[in-house]
Design a protein around this ligand. Structure first.
Ligand code: 5GP
Length: 121
């Protein structure tokens, strides 16, 4: 699976284009989606070059995998939507063509701030 260094999230990671940052650490960057589908619509991406969840699962280190999963929880807390302090959220990762993935750098969407609705159309 080859990674396209010119995808939009690679450019955001290199600070070549701006984003509305929510959180950043060694493993993840999180920012608001430019075209929000819910009151809160955040994106969480690993800092490593992974095309999608399958690519990540097969190539990422254990530290990167833990860093991404923990990152989702840290960001949900920061947005006050985690289940311990808020009303919850939905996180999804679209994978490749049938999953409807548009940007070929792994990302989790975080939807919240209101009831999210049906899981699939
Ligand atoms: P996908 O369909 O690949 O799962 O989701 C890609 C998401 O990236 C879409 O929700 C889209 O609105 C968002 N997006 C695309 N380009 C940009 C951008 O330049 N900045 C930000 N913040 N989000 C983007």
């Amino acid at each position: 699976m080859s990674y396209d260094n010119n995808n939009i999230f690679a450019k955001i990671l290199r600070n070549e284009i701006p984003c509305e940052k929510i959180y950043e650490d060694e493993y993840v960057l999180s920012f608001y989606d430019v075209n929000p589908q819910k009151k809160i619509h955040a994106l969480v991406i690993p800092k490593g070059k992974y095309v999608n969840l399958d690519d990540f699962t097969s190539k990422a280190t254990s530290d990167e995998i833990v860093g991404l999963i923990k990152g989702i929880n840290i960001i949900a807390k920061k947005l006050n939507i985690s289940s311990d302090i808020g009303k919850g959220y939905r996180t999804i990762a679209n994978v490749s063509e049938h999953g409807g993935q548009e940007v070929p750098h792994l990302h989790f969407h975080i939807f919240g701030g209101e009831k999210v609705g049906k899981i699939v159309e």
